[in-house]
Ligand binder design. Structure first.
Ligand SMILES: [Zn+2]
Ligand SMILES: [Zn+2]
Length: 612
């Protein structure tokens, strides 16, 4: 009998796994997940143990005399539980195992795990117990807890930790560090990922970190909690495009423990997963965790087609005691069309995306390819006008309206996502002494102590070609709400933080819902639209791109369970009524294409692509 290790090489571009003989000296000292050194193609490379077995059972078909030997064990890696989770994820996201092992491994070599550091509940500070969290943890399964944007998740986490070890995923590492400090003050042992990998694997009360923390090898877990599960920062943008929320749900499910999704604006996927059971606070308390949100109907403004400064905004700008951030996402701006008579924004009647005028003077939808004649659906007028954004002179216009010098208006630009801007923060210093700022959503992460956030043109966000555009808009509004709520938090109960949203779609369910902090109508409408269009959470969507995508698309098109779009810029969208079917079909097609094709296939697959 010989012991065999199946190894995932840590080599870019190598998809395969290889079997090696475990030398006698290592038998008993090697575990699944361990980082090892093995010979491969005449050189020595690092890798991970995917599976261990012997020639009498799992590896009985293996001819051990042909196998090379594992050279040495380098250090600890993901636990068996996490390795199993990675195998599941590699299948569902049609991705390489290596990517998941990288996410689940320590950044430096870990020779041995430290002992556990669990604390007694009796030694911890007192806190306000959240009864709904107790129910969620005791009940196991998936729960959604809705809490307003200004509500700190601290008491939720303290409550969950009183029931046993917790794994917490939160969108940014900064927030993870702040929360960890606060939990330690309460007497809990906390590991912050990825730095405290070994401590987490040794066993602590709370493991917390950004999206990759969901892969931490924390033992004895009693619950997995995802804070701000709606936030896009929880999805890996590169391929495989795994989402920490989905990994958390599966992990908890496999362990038979609770998965608690917390958000002020629960995603459709979360709501669908729990069949509508959402625990929220008393409406009055929940409302107190939201700042005032004012929707400005731009259609009522006489200057709607020439200026982005509504009279309400001008009034706000003239109040020099308020610190104001004006947000306008310039990147990827489209020219929006509106009806010249009734001012209705021109949108697709199927999917609600903003439509554009084609060369043949037809209206075209960039999201679902719907085409219709160039007339207003509301009043029938054929007089459609492009809304002039006036971005170039925006700073001057704002300064004039505010009665300030142009150099008193600070322009903030740069990367859009929270993680990017965290990096950029060091390189670009924003003058925090000024009172008026204008820029992309990056400004929401860079300016502090803000009284008012103004979305100059939210329609660009709501009607963007991405199918999740409306949900992504909510993420932006939550960022803004936190920014203006922060200043007054802890002081008086009546916060005067204000989020102003300028729109030509003032009666959109999303905006009406935000104004009264109740999005149920929006969720219902969006759910039924997704259902009709067979989009997530009702169906599954993937983008396949890269060299050889045509070959692959041909194979996929012959599969009756799939809908495959036309190839556009070396990419196709593939839709199925079910995620598992989608993953299986693409995996099978990849195998078929690689055995059949002459060209080398260099495709990548993104399940639920972040940008489609
Ligand atoms: Zn009209
Ligand atoms: Zn459409």
């Amino acid at each position: 009998m010989a012991v065999i290790a199946r190894i995932v090489p840590d080599v870019t571009g190598v998809d395969k796994v290889f079997d090696y003989l475990v030398p006698e000296s290592l038998v008993g000292n090697i575990c699944v997940g361990d980082r090892v050194r093995v010979p491969l193609h005449n050189r020595n490379v690092a890798g991970w143990v995917l599976q261990l077995g012997d020639t009498t059972t799992q590896f009985s078909y293996v001819d051990e005399s042909r196998l090379l030997k594992v050279i040495k064990v380098l250090g600890k890696g993901p636990s068996q539980e996490v390795v199993d989770l990675a195998r599941w994820a590699a299948h569902m996201w049609v991705g390489r195992l290596r990517a998941f092992f990288v996410a689940a491994s320590p950044a430096t070599l870990v020779a041995a795990l430290p002992g556990s550091r669990y604390t007694q509940v009796s030694t911890r500070k007192k806190f306000d117990v959240d009864a709904q969290m107790i129910d969620a943890v005791d009940g196991a399964g998936v729960s959604v807890l809705r809490r307003g944007p200004a509500c700190s998740p601290r008491s939720l986490l303290l409550t969950a930790a009183s029931k046993g070890p917790v794994l917490v995923v939160i969108p940014t590492i900064n927030r993870a560090r702040l929360m960890a400090a606060s939990l330690r003050e309460h007497g809990l042992s906390v590991a912050v990922m990825p730095g405290d990998w070994a401590v987490a694997a040794g066993g602590v009360d709370v493991v917390i970190g950004a999206r990759s923390a969901v892969w931490s090898s924390a033992p004895m877990l009693k619950s997995v909690i995802v804070i701000d599960e709606h936030d896009d920062a929880l999805q890996e943008e590169r391929s495989p495009s795994w989402h920490a929320r989905d990994i958390a749900i599966e992990r908890a499910n496999k362990l038979g423990i609770a998965c608690v999704l917390v958000s002020p604006v629960p995603s459709l996927r979360a709501l669908h997963g729990v069949a509508g059971v959402v625990a929220s606070m008393d409406p009055a308390i929940e409302a107190s965790h939201w700042p005032q949100i004012r929707i400005i109907d731009r259609r009522l403004d006489e200057r709607w087609s020439s200026s982005m400064l509504s009279s309400e905004l001008i009034e706000q700008l003239r109040d020099h005691s308020r610190r104001i951030v004006c947000v306008l996402n310039v990147k990827g701006r489209a020219r929006l069309l509106a009806c010249g008579s009734c001012r209705e924004l021109v949108r697709c009647d199927v999917c609600e995306a903003a439509m554009t005028m084609s060369a043949s003077k037809q209206l075209e939808c960039p999201r679902c390819a719907n085409v219709r004649p160039a007339v207003c659906v509301k009043c029938g007028s054929g007089k459609l006008a492009v809304i002039k954004a006036g971005v170039s002179r925006l700073r001057e216009e704002l300064a004039a309206a505010a009665g300030r010098r142009v150099d008193e208006v600070v322009e903030v630009s740069g990367g859009g996502t929270a993680e990017k801007s965290e990096k950029d923060k060091n390189s670009e210093v924003v003058d925090q002494t000024k009172m008026l700022f204008v820029g992309t959503e990056a400004a929401l992460h860079r300016v502090r102590d803000v009284d008012t956030v103004v979305f100059l043109d939210i329609d660009q966000e709501i009607s963007a070609p991405r199918y999740r555009a409306a949900e992504i808009t909510l993420t932006l509004v939550v960022h803004a709400a936190r920014l203006v709520a922060r200043k007054t938090s802890g002081q008086s109960k009546t916060s005067d933080g204000l989020v102003m949203i300028q729109s030509m779609l003032a009666d959109h369910a999303l905006l009406r819902g935000l104004a009264v902090h109740d999005l149920s109508e929006f969720v219902e409408e969006e759910m039924s639209r997704r259902k009709i269009m067979q989009l997530p959470p009702y169906g599954a969507l993937a983008q396949v791109s890269g060299t050889g995508v045509d070959q692959l698309a041909d194979i996929l098109r012959s599969n009756v369970l799939l809908q495959v779009s036309a190839t556009n810029k070396d990419a196709v969208l593939v839709k199925s009524s079910n995620w598992e079917t989608l993953a299986n079909s693409i995996s099978d097609a990849l195998v078929t294409a690689s055995t059949r094709g002459k060209k080398t296939l260099r495709t990548k697959t993104q399940i639920d692509p972040p940008r489609a």
